[in-house]
Design a protein around this ligand. Structure first.
Ligand code: COA
Length: 394
């Protein structure tokens, strides 16, 4: 049975900060952010967007009524949980009007959660070929003002519809994963921002890529020459290159040129959005598919997923007949281009505007946000969402 990615949806909030502007305010050479780290802008998240509303915005752009009735599982990958108990997937079932006969759960492992979800979805479709699974990757990456990780912040969601006979990519069965208990990045339940050893996390990312790539090669006999493109988890757009380049050195020039050119195409959107944790790998895939003129049916794409803590996985897929007809270039380019550029002062104000722990009702409906779904407020410690101005939630 052919199982894979049927559709991809993406959402990022309608505000952004230029990295050169941030660099100037922080007294840093702008080229460090734009070239050294490889980021041009970062997405800024208003109080009206959280992981649920972002996920709903990403999913609603791609789901037809037929898809909705076929979905019987929602797996929500995130490391920006809004509740220790209630799963974000349940809110989504309601907001998107999905059937109650759906299995819904949240999956956490840093930036790896959505890859775990994708693999579980594959198994579910194998047993239930007529089903579709909605996999979500939705996160807000906040390291803190003036922190080392500040230029690698971002926010956004990717929605992935997994099915048999997919319209975009068939996923190969072979996969290679590696888990090791390392403290490179973690966020204790009492902390607003993660603890991160930036340099160490870079090293672990590179080590995990070597591990899973070598293992995958041995298992499958596939090598770099067999790939049209590779997509990486991208905490910032330079990260994947640090892992890839040393291993590519022994390949012939044509293979190197091809993979490096596709790598750049797969980082165009990420450079404008920043880190979206679980969604970064899949945003890179969307960027590649929507910006490359060099991909053809049957081309194999490799994926490296990394979640600090840490888990790494390498897996592959092949582009299926007609994939070009199921992309949303215009919609995604508009989403990115129509964002409002904020000043550093406005960014810092938005950054500090967070949900209060209080018994009082909090109403965000007067805050500007053009997105379809938004967080309208909080009442009795329950989140209230709205769709284009209409309160939907109890
Ligand atoms: N022009 C061009 N490049 C410049 C530059 C300039 N003026 N100044 C610095 N750079 C380069 C550095 O040489 C370095 O490149 P390299 O990584 O290829 O050596 C890069 O910019 C970053 O500089 P560095 O001094 O290492 O930055 P930093 O100490 O501020 O840390 C991170 C960078 C990514 C580690 C930090 O932002 C972080 O902790 N991020 C969050 C964690 C993370 O994303 N981890 C990734 C694995 S999941």
């Amino acid at each position: 049975m052919i199982i894979g990615i049927d559709k991809l949806g993406f959402y990022t909030p309608p505000y952004a900060l230029d990295m050169e502007t941030l660099a100037e305010a922080r007294g840093v050479e702008p080229a460090k952010y734009t070239i050294g780290i490889g980021q041009t802008q970062m997405a800024l998240v208003p109080i009206t967007q959280d992981i649920v509303s972002m996920a709903a915005n990403a999913a609603q752009t791609m789901l037809t009524e037929e898809d909705k009735s076929a979905i019987d599982m929602i797996l929500f990958g995130t490391e920006t949980g809004i509740d220790h108990s209630k799963s974000a997937a349940v809110y989504l079932q309601n907001l998107l009007g999905l059937s109650n006969r759906v299995r819904a759960a949240e999956i956490k492992h840093a930036c790896y959660g959505a890859t775990a979800a994708l693999q579980l979805a594959k198994g579910h479709i194998m047993l239930n070929p007529d089903s579709k699974v909605l996999v979500i990757a939705s996160d807000i990456a906040k390291y803190g003002l003036n922190s080392g990780g500040e230029p690698t912040q971002g926010a956004g969601a990717v929605a992935i519809l997994v099915s048999a006979n997919p319209k975009l990519i068939s996923l190969d069965n072979a996969t290679s994963f590696f888990t090791d208990d390392v403290m490179d990045f973690w966020r204790p339940t009492y902390a607003a921002y993660p603890y991160v050893d930036g340099k160490y996390s870079n090293e672990q990312y590179i080590r995990f890529f070597e591990q899973v790539w070598t293992d995958y090669k041995e298992k499958t006999g596939l090598d770099f020459k067999d790939y049209a493109a590779l997509c990486f988890h991208l905490p910032y757009s330079k990260m994947g290159l640090k892992a890839l380049k040393p291993l590519l050195e022994e390949e012939d020039a044509a293979v190197q040129d091809r993979l490096l050119a596709r790598y750049q195409e797969g980082t165009i959107y990420n450079r404008l959005v920043g880190n979206i944790y679980t969604g970064s790998l899949f945003l890179s895939l969307i960027s590649l598919l929507e910006n490359s003129q060099s991909l053809s049916v049957g081309d194999r794409i490799g994926f490296f997923s990394y979640g600090s803590g840490a888990v790494g996985e390498f897996f592959s897929g092949q582009l299926v007949e007609g994939f070009q007809e199921h992309l949303n270039q215009e919609m995604h380019k508009d989403l990115l281009e129509q964002r409002q550029a904020l000043s550093v002062e406005e960014y810092e104000t938005m950054f500090a505007d967070t949900i209060q722990v209080t018994d009082q009702e909090q109403d965000f409906t007067d805050r500007p946000d053009s997105s379809h779904f938004r967080l309208a407020g909080i009442k009795d410690h329950k989140r209230l969402y709205s769709a284009s101005g209409n309160k939907l939630f109890k």
